[in-house]
Write a protein of this length. Sequence first.
Length: 254
Amino acid sequence: MSLIASVPTTKKALTQYLSQRLFKRISLSLSEDRSQILRYEDLAQNAASLRLDRAFLHASPAVLSHLVAYLSRKERLSLGVLRLFVEDPFFRRSPSPQKQVGLFYDLEEVHLRVQSKYLPSPTGAGICWFQERARKQVASLTYGFFSRRDWLIQINRALDSPKVPLYFLEYIIYHEALHALFPPHLSSGGRILVHTKAFKEQEQKFPYFSQAKQFGQQFFQTYRQEKMLIWQDTANGRISNTKKKERTRKRGSF
């Protein structure tokens, strides 16, 4: 099945196509938001608002049919096709310069080491740090992720620490690099399999696979405890400052 149209369409033509097949007046907007490929909302009996990734201007007739099927019937298989479509290398963007040198680790240096020692073939992917936003509850910790749209490996800056052994950072980079070599697979049930059988088999060839898995669990527990203590100290500081302001106001009141 071809995903990319030979000739891109226009916003006006796409709006007309969707309006005719959904039997509604569609108010269409296009975005570059990579985190959300579409957002659909019924406005009235015969009207709806639809926000799409701009990539859909290049969608083939087959992809547009799946778009209609998902919007009208919420078909799971169609959603899987849409996700694979927007992750197609055709839409890959040239990554802008990124921060690679940390306080303790140079990501590019470690990345080159992983490619030369462990990966079956080079990926051509870029690499950079990312900063996870502060959260009150730390239920999980994303060590890294791979963006197919940017062809970029991003590693959590929490790993830029002397507490993190080199083999663990190498494992995380190795894991994310494998996503470039083993793309997602769409199952017959419409599920996108990110970690395929081939992916897992290659992942387990990493020399320190078991040690890295164990350290990752230990590091998360320590990280969560430290974040909770920091949050509590910050909250206590806010409460203390609030009480001081209240006492100041009372002294100055008449």
